[in-house]
Design a protein around this ligand. Structure first.
Ligand code: 3H9
Length: 648
């Protein structure tokens, strides 16, 4: 099959790659590119070559699905070298994204031209590898060492204008990219050519620069190894000749490609891409979402409203009275102000986001909404009363969603006319930041409404995972098991701080007890109390003992730990040791890795139960929930992937 075609515009050849969906550099494409260079070198009528791609993007990188197989020639570094050494200058014409191997091909071209909407980058560290076709060796020669360190170790793509300012792109154009690239090439051949990237000098840095970078990256990486290897490759590129640095990069790339971390990150890469389009949705068609509404302006409701506004949807915010509404708008304003303070939004953008919110205490303002998301107090009577009012004013086809995290959405939907349009949409706090959206259909939810939940996730830039109905759905159910497991270790005599340190050592930002202190112990306590009040047998937890003693976490000055006033650093607590003393048996210690493996195995065991009950559809969904909702280290692949790998 032909993935590469060649056309002529006078003395300029236009090489077009057409390898949907993202022009990834599989073996066949590499071979055809190699052959194209040879053919054009041999063609005396050609003076320059434009390399352009069909479809949605320039080359998005190496074909990641080939990474679990042995490499087959021609290898990408050789293809890039072949383009760089071509007898005629090549001009990369970039639209969409030039990523990884795609950008490395562009760096092999003598010139790079990009549409103003395009981006370029070296995201390989996100896949647990380093660039393997010269990215770490050519980038510092083209853009300088500091920019190269950012691009390669951070993995974040740059917009065309920024890339041009750094020298990574020669020209940014708008409109007809092909015509602009041909004109650029025609002009370029009238002037002396710049040196190829490999022949450009690179400025060596002081050892102190590399030490500083290493310290900063180690802190951020929390056990992820690729960014540090990427730094080592960049350092090498400044210290040894080009060919030697290329050999070092290749060796590092191949070693990492076969590593556990890379396998885990590939698993997450493909799981994330499969998540928005689960096969079982079949031909179901999402309903149009033009206007949304949120009931409740607390932390969750305001966060959801902000997420909807960030996606450009007009939002109606409903609260029960003027004072509550005022608080809701204040919460929303605080979110946008925070984004301004962090440089994410301009003042004008923040004002525009807020202006798109219609705040009201009158349910009648929901008449035009396509989607209403309820985020009120977690009490079934309150929620049912809300939906009675919502249903009375909304269009009969408006999608009605509850953001409940523990209640049964089917029970909340009781009494709602046309329950086929009812669904659970469980956001995670802060809802405008956290990527996970658990989608919980009831037995009555129609396929189109389910598809609408997935479409909403895409609009909001979130990762959707479908969950069945059980207490806590997927994520909070596993969280409960994790916490029970952590408490069981403490009862066996493992120090609270040792459990937290072990989970940080595994790659979590926080351990289970520190996290509870931050979020507050009282919410889960109240849930257990409510269950006890209905006669359920809910054993007393260690957390219950702390809450009963007034220790609800950081907000009360202490929970599992003590906190000095105004400080967030947890200090082991003598009070807690006293409170829990008669619950703790001194059965011996476990080391950090053993603690972490034990608790992750607990999560995976709950995950297995969840799968067996049909609450989750596949193990990868559970991994996505844990990674995007609960801080499970991405480079470990999620609890199910981790458990499966250890088992076999
Ligand atoms: C690399 O380049 C290593 C080199 O340095 C060294 C080599 C020696 N491979 O994301 P989407 C599939 S490492 C295979 O939904 P969008 C994806 O699975 C690579 N498949 O599209 C999906 O398949 P399906 C460095 C890939 O428009 C379909 O394409 N590059 C690859 O939202 C659509 O994907 C990267 O890490 C791939 N490289 O976003 C870039 N990429 O339809 C990774 C995508 O069957 N890619 N697929 O589910 C991206 O970031 C986005 O795909 C992109 C488009 C922004 C390009």
């Amino acid at each position: 099959m032909s993935l590469v075609s060649i056309a002529r515009e006078g003395s300029i050849a236009v090489v077009t790659i057409d390898n949907p969906p993202v022009n990834a550099l599989g073996q066949a494409l590499r071979q055809q590119l190699w052959d194209a260079v040879a053919a054009l070198d041999a063609d005396a009528a050609v003076q320059a070559v434009v390399l352009i791609c069909a479809g949605r993007t320039f080359i998005a990188g190496a074909d990641v699905s080939e990474f679990c197989k042995p490499p087959v020639a021609p290898h990408l570094p050789d293809v890039v070298a072949r383009i760089e050494a071509a007898a005629k200058p090549w001009v990369a014409a970039i639209h969409g994204a030039a990523l990884g191997g795609g950008f490395e091909v562009a760096l092999g071209c003598r010139f790079r031209l990009a549409l103003d909407s395009a981006s370029v980058g070296l995201p390989e560290v996100g896949l647990g590898i380093v660039p393997g076709a010269g990215g770490t060796v050519r980038t510092p020669r083209v853009a300088g060492v500091v920019a190269a360190v950012d691009l390669v170790t951070g993995g974040k793509p740059l917009r065309a204008a920024k890339a041009q300012a750094l020298g990574l792109i020669d020209a940014v154009v708008s409109g007809d990219l092909r015509a602009a690239a041909i004109a650029f090439a025609q002009e370029a051949i009238t002037k002396p050519l710049p040196l190829p990237a490999s022949a450009r000098p690179v400025v060596a840095q002081e050892a102190g620069f590399w030490d500083e970078q290493q310290a900063a990256i180690t802190k951020l990486a929390k056990g992820e190894v690729a960014p540090l290897h990427a730094l080592a490759c960049l350092r090498k590129a400044t210290e040894v000749p080009f060919a030697e640095a290329m050999a070092f990069e290749r060796e590092t790339f191949l070693a990492l490609r076969g590593s556990d971390q890379a396998a885990a990150l590939r698993h997450v890469f493909f799981a994330e891409r499969a998540a928005p389009r689960p096969a079982h949705l079949g031909a179901a068609q999402p309903l149009p979402l033009r206007a949304a509404a949120v009931i409740g302006g607390g932390t969750m409701g305001a966060g959801i409203a902000a997420a909807l506004r960030d996606a450009g949807l007009p939002v109606t915010l409903i609260e029960r009275d003027a004072a509550a509404l005022e608080r809701g708008v204040t919460n929303l304003r605080a979110i946008f102000d925070g984004a301004v303070a962090r440089g994410r939004l301009t003042e004008a953008q923040a004002a525009e986001r807020l202006a798109g919110v219609t705040a009201s205490t009158d349910y009648a303002s929901l008449a035009g909404a396509d989607l209403v998301i309820e985020a009120v107090f977690e009490e079934i009577g309150v929620k049912r009363a809300v939906f009675a009012q919502v249903a009375a004013v909304c269009r009969p086809d408006a999608v009605l969603a509850t953001n409940t995290s523990y209640l049964d959405p089917a029970a909340i939907a009781q009494g709602v006319p046309n329950p086929a349009r009812f669904i659970g949409l469980h956001f995670f706090s802060p809802a405008n930041v956290m990527k996970l959206l658990e989608i919980v259909p009831t037995p009555d939810t129609s396929p189109d409404v389910l598809a609408t939940g997935f479409a909403l996730a895409k609009t909001l830039g979130k990762i959707p995972v479908q969950a069945g109905i059980c207490e806590g759905f997927i994520g909070n159910r596993i969280l409960k098991r994790y916490r029970v497991g952590a408490e069981a270790l403490v009862r066996r005599g493992v120090a609270i701080a040792a459990v937290d340190a072990a989970m940080r050592g595994f790659g979590f930002a926080m351990g289970p007890f520190e996290a509870q202190d931050l979020g507050g112990l009282d919410i889960a306590f109240l849930q257990r109390e409510a269950a006890r009040a209905t006669g359920q047998d809910v054993p007393e937890t260690l957390g219950d003992l702390l809450v009963r003693a007034g220790r609800k976490g950081q907000k009360t000055g202490g929970g599992w730990y003590d906190y000095a006033p105004g400080q967030r650093k947890p200090q082991p607590s003598a009070t807690v040791a006293d409170l829990l003393a008669d619950q703790i048996r001194a059965e011996g210690q476990m080391d950090g890795p053993a603690i972490a493996e034990h608790l992750v195995a607990e999560m995976a065991a709950e995950g297995q139960a969840i799968l067996a009950e049909g609450i989750a559809r596949q193990p990868a969904d559970i991994d996505l929930v844990e990674i995007h909702g609960y801080g499970f280290p991405r480079w470990r692949g999620g609890p199910m992937f981790h458990a499966q790998n250890r088992a076999g």
